[in-house]
Design a protein around this ligand. Structure first.
Ligand SMILES: [Zn+2]
Ligand SMILES: [Zn+2]
Length: 173
């Protein structure tokens, strides 16, 4: 879904307001452990700051479903975040002065898509090993029972004897 930026590019200083909705049927995160369960709504402003460079300042909201890495149960949560971006013309190689939390992307001809930077920003908020709660007990490695629901009685706390020797070693950070 492209935003037409022809009028924006005509003059330095031009800006306009944007309201976009990215449908969760059409736009995905393309990772295993999380997915969109609502459309992503973004609003904000695009500003032509010179040299064909367009800055985005906006906020977005989306609902995500994230699988717990221990018990595999999906948890639903919402994200409301600020988003900042710098869009450069196609094949623009030069450095752009950027703030630390800005994403850089290219636009195509007269059309700009926010999706890539929105997706990147969402991915950054998803932990590598998400947990439904800090003390999630996970699944029994023997029978697969969700140990948060009930205890199957299998021994799950045992430490492999080869690792036993390592458990007292302190790791310095
Ligand atoms: Zn869990
Ligand atoms: Zn079990």
């Amino acid at each position: 879904m492209g935003i037409n930026i022809e009028s924006l590019l005509k003059k330095i200083g031009n800006k306009f307001h944007i309201e976009e909705l990215y449908d969760s049927e059409e736009y995905g995160l393309d990772i295993e452990r999380a997915r969109l369960v609502s459309g992503l709504e973004v609003s904000g402003e695009l500003h032509h700051v010179g040299d064909g460079i367009i800055r985005l300042r906006g906020t977005y909201g989306v609902k995500l479903e994230i699988d717990c890495s221990r018990c595999l149960e999906p948890e639903t949560g919402s994200r409301f975040k600020d988003i900042k971006g710098v869009f450069v013309p196609p094949e623009y190689e030069a450095e752009v002065d950027m703030e630390g939390d800005e994403y850089r992307a290219e636009y195509q001809e007269n059309s700009l898509s926010l999706w890539d930077i929105l997706r990147q920003d969402i991915l950054l908020t998803i932990p590598m090993q998400p947990l439904c709660r800090d003390d999630c007990r996970g699944l029994c490695p023997v029978c697969g029972q969700d140990l948060n629901e009930k205890d199957c009685g299998h021994e799950t706390e045992s430490i492999d004897p080869r690792l036993e020797a390592l458990k007292d070693i302190e790791i310095e950070e």
